[in-house]
Design a protein around this ligand. Structure first.
Ligand code: IVH
Length: 337
C-alpha cells in the first residue's frame, strides 16, 4: 500500500512517467451509468454436454470417424471452471478492452472491471512474438478461501452474503463502479483463442503454452491425451481431485488439439463439433440431522427444514436442507440423528 501511495505521488508530480501498465491504472475510472455493448469479432460459442462416460465415448468415436479414424488425433483436456466467461482484447500487447459473453454475439463492455483483476496483465510480457491483435477467452472466478473470507466480512457488516463463488464473481463483474470490483478477490484462467492477428498458432497445446509467456494465467491441470483411455483417466482423476481444488469446477472440457482438425470438424450453430464438456456428477457429502424445524412461507405454506451439522461443499457451507413435505420424510425415513 505504501509503495502504491508513493507511486501515485510520483505520478502526480510527473504525469509524463505514467505507463499503460502502472498499477495505478487498474482503478480510478469514474462509475458508469450503464455498460456499452461490444460485438465479438468471433462468437463466443458454448459447449455441448456429455452427461456421463458413455456420452464421452460417443463424442470420441464421432471425432475419430469424422477424421477418418486417423489414430494420431490428439486431445487437450482441461478442467471446466465454474465461473463467468469473459473476453480480453489486446492490441499490440496492450489491454484494450474486455467484455462478457452476453448472448455469444454481443457482450457488455466490462473493461474497467477487468482492469482491476491483478492477474490480468495490462501489458503483455515480451517472452513470445507479439500479435497485433489478440483475443483471449477465459473464466473469471473466486477461490473458496477468498469467498468464505469475503462472506464472513459481509456477515460481520450486516450485508447479505453471496450464495456461491460463481454468483459473487458474476455480481462483481456487473458493477458499474469498478472501485467495488477492485475489492473482490477475482481471478482468471484463460482457455480459448478468439481472433489472433500477426502470429500463427497451430494447436490448443501451443496456444496454452504461449499464454504464460505473455503473462496470462492458465489452469495447471491441463493435460494432453492420445487415446480414449487417456481421456477417461483424466475424467476420473479430475473427479477425484474435485473436492480438493481451491475453486469450483463442473466438469472437464475435451478439445481436439490441432486447429487444423478443429477447422475440418467445424461448428454447429451454438457449439463446436471439436469439443465437449464432460459433466461431473453433482457433489455429495454426508452430515447429521441435528433438528427438523418447520418454516412458514409468505403464503402460509409450511416446509420442514433439516438443520444439519454444517458441511462445506462446492464453496458453500450447508446447514439447512429442505425436506419438502411429510410424504418425502416418510418415504426416505428421515429422522433426527
Ligand atoms: S472452451 C468453443 N474451456 O464453459 C469452446 N470453456 O459451456 C469455448 N468454460 O462458455 C469454450 N472452462 O464459460 C472452454 N477450459 C474451458 C472452460 C470453458 C469453463 C466455460 C465457458 C463456456 C462454457 C461452455
Amino acid at each position: 500500500d505504501s509503495l502504491l501511495k508513493e507511486l501515485q505521488d510520483l505520478e502526480t508530480e510527473h504525469p509524463q512517467l505514467i505507463t499503460v501498465d502502472s498499477p495505478t491504472q487498474r482503478v480510478g475510472s469514474d462509475p458508469l451509468n450503464s455498460f456499452k455493448q461490444i460485438k465479438h469479432r468471433m462468437p463466443l460459442l458454448s459447449l455441448a454436454n456429455a452427461m456421463n462416460k458413455e456420452e464421452i465415448i460417443a463424442f470420441y468415436e464421432k471425432i475419430e470417424t469424422r477424421l477418418n479414424n486417423n489414430s494420431n488425433i490428439e486431445y487437450i483436456c482441461e478442467p471446466k471452471i465454474d465461473g463467468v466467461a469473459v473476453e480480453l482484447v489486446y492490441e499490440n500487447g496492450i489491454f484494450a478492452y474486455g467484455s462478457t459473453r452476453g448472448n455469444g454475439e454481443i457482450g457488455e463492455d466490462i473493461t474497467n472491471n477487468l482492469r482491476t483483476i491483478k492477474t490480468i496483465p495490462l501489458k503483455l510480457l515480451n517472452d513470445y512474438e507479439m500479435p497485433t491483435l489478440l483475443e483471449i477467452r477465459g473464466e473469471v472466478f473466486i477461490n473458496h478461501k477468498d469467498f468464505s473470507y469475503m462472506n464472513q466480512t459481509r456477515l460481520k457488516n450486516n450485508i447479505q452474503p453471496f450464495a456461491n463463488p460463481r454468483n459473487s464473481a458474476a455480481g462483481s463483474l456487473r458493477q458499474l463502479d469498478s472501485m467495488v470490483t477492485a475489492q473482490r478477490p477475482l481471478k482468471i484462467f484463460c482457455y480459448a483463442p478468439g481472433v489472433i492477428n500477426g502470429i500463427k498458432l497451430i494447436s490448443q497445446e501451443q496456444f496454452l503454452s504461449v499464454l504464460p509467456k505473455w503473462g496470462l494465467p492458465v489452469n495447471p491441470l491441463v493435460e494432453k491425451c492420445y487415446s480414449l483411455k487417456d481421456i477417461i483417466s483424466y475424467y476420473d482423476k479430475i473427479e477425484s481431485l474435485r473436492n480438493r481444488l481451491e475453486y469450483d469446477i463442473d466438469g472437464i472440457v475435451i478439445k481436439v488439439n490441432s486447429f487444423n482438425n478443429q477447422k475440418i470438424l467445424g461448428e454447429r450453430s451454438k457449439s463446436p463439433r471439436w469439443a465437449i464438456a464432460g459433466k461431473l456428477k453433482p457433489q455429495q457429502i454426508t452430515s447429521v440431522i441435528n433438528n427438523i424445524e418447520i418454516s412458514v412461507g409468505r403464503t402460509g405454506a409450511i416446509t420442514p427444514v433439516a438443520k444439519v451439522e454444517p458441511v462445506y461443499l462446492g464453496g458453500v457451507t450447508i446447514s439447512n436442507i429442505t425436506l419438502h413435505n411429510q410424504d418425502e420424510i416418510n418415504k426416505k425415513n428421515i429422522c433426527i440423528g
